[in-house]
Design a protein around this ligand. Structure first.
Ligand SMILES: NC(=O)c1ccc[n+]([C@@H]2O[C@H](COP(=O)([O-])OP(=O)(O)OC[C@H]3O[C@@H](n4cnc5c(N)ncnc54)[C@H](OP(=O)(O)O)[C@@H]3O)[C@@H](O)[C@H]2O)c1
Length: 288
């Protein structure tokens, strides 16, 4: 930030007196409301579910982090996780470890496989575009209807049922809000195609964990790739560890890069100082 904005004075909030223009935060620090001249709050997370939005000073715009490297990283993760199921690598990994037998699964074409994505925002939209380029049938669920080339846009409760019924591989990229908490639950899984796969890269609290185990036991789901958990790190002895149907990754789907993230933060600082709308400004009333 200092390289991009040489005149910027960066201070620790505890030593800031009562005059700062812009707050860069991860969680809401106590006493933020004492800064009467605050022009923007810039969250250094890609989501804002770690913030108690009710405790933020009113009428100060809030933006979350946008970072091209993070988006690229998420695209890689989702492409890899989708292709792993699409080309049966999860099966060959297991057979390799177990000493066979030799099993030949005729590969499907990508155009014969439907991938559903819950959330078609910054990340979900980019992942959808990538999977369309790879030839998959892609459907996405969002609050507002989308026009994305090659993506079937689904909305509302019927849209959610539709996407559950269509998808052989389902990616969750929703933000965590009161409306989306526990959305991946028994009711949802019972609408999914028998033998389908879940990839959860949203937040751990989107998933009702016992319901996932139920869906796997019932054969409704054939496997899950999970990057986020209700408790992180995933505690030792948790039933997800060692379950051969589940791949656990340590909340690594997408990480920010300081260089590219700094470009966005610097641009938002400039915008805030000019009194302009921020990039990736959060609608606090919606919670994302
Ligand atoms: N695992 C990781 O490493 C990692 C890294 C970064 C982010 N994430 C997660 O990814 C999430 C998504 O990030 P993003 O940048 O893509 O968020 P975003 O740009 O805010 O997009 C959110 C999408 O979800 C849709 N949505 C929100 N609430 C909904 C509801 N109640 N019903 C239907 N659709 C709803 C939105 O619909 P509209 O478009 O109609 O508003 C939008 O398409 C983050 O919140 C974070 O939890 C995970």
């Amino acid at each position: 930030l200092k390289r991009r904005l040489p005149d910027l004075r960066l201070v620790d909030i505890d030593n800031a007196g009562d005059a700062i223009d812009i707050a860069l935060i991860w969680k809401v620090p106590p006493g933020l409301e004492r800064f009467g001249n605050l022009r923007a709050i810039l969250s250094l997370g890609a989501g804002v579910d770690q913030l108690d939005l009710d405790t933020l000073p009113k009428n100060v715009p809030l933006a979350r982090l946008k970072d091209d490297s993070l988006t690229a990283c998420m695209i890689d993760y989702c492409r890899l996780a989708v292709l792993r199921y699409h080309r049966d690598f999860h099966l060959y990994e297991r057979l390799s470890r177990e000493g066979g037998p030799w099993r030949y699964e005729l590969p499907k074409r990508t155009s014969e496989r439907c991938v559903g994505i819950l959330g078609l925002g910054e990340l979900g939209g980019a992942v959808a575009g990538d999977l369309v380029s790879a030839g998959f049938q892609v459907a996405g669920w969002s609050r507002s209807r989308k026009e994305v080339a090659g993506v079937r846009s689904c909305i509302g409760p019927e849209g959610l049922e539709e996407i559950a019924a269509m998808s052989e591989i389902l990616i969750n990229l929703l933000p965590l809000t009161p409306q989306t908490e526990n959305i991946l639950n028994r009711q949802f899984f019972s609408k999914m195609r028998v033998g389908s796969y879940l990839i959860n890269v949203g937040r751990g609290r989107h998933l009702a964990e016992d319901d996932l185990l139920w869906a796997l036991d019932e054969g409704r789901l054939a496997g899950a790739t999970l990057d986020v958990f209700r408790t992180e790190p995933l505690p030792a002895g948790h039933p997800f560890w060692g379950d051969r149907r589940i791949l656990v990754t340590p909340h690594i789907a997408a990480a920010g890069n300081p260089e590219t993230a700094a470009d966005y933060v610097a641009e938002n600082i400039r915008r805030a100082l000019r009194g302009e709308r921020l990039l990736n400004q959060v609608d606090v009333s919606r919670g994302y």
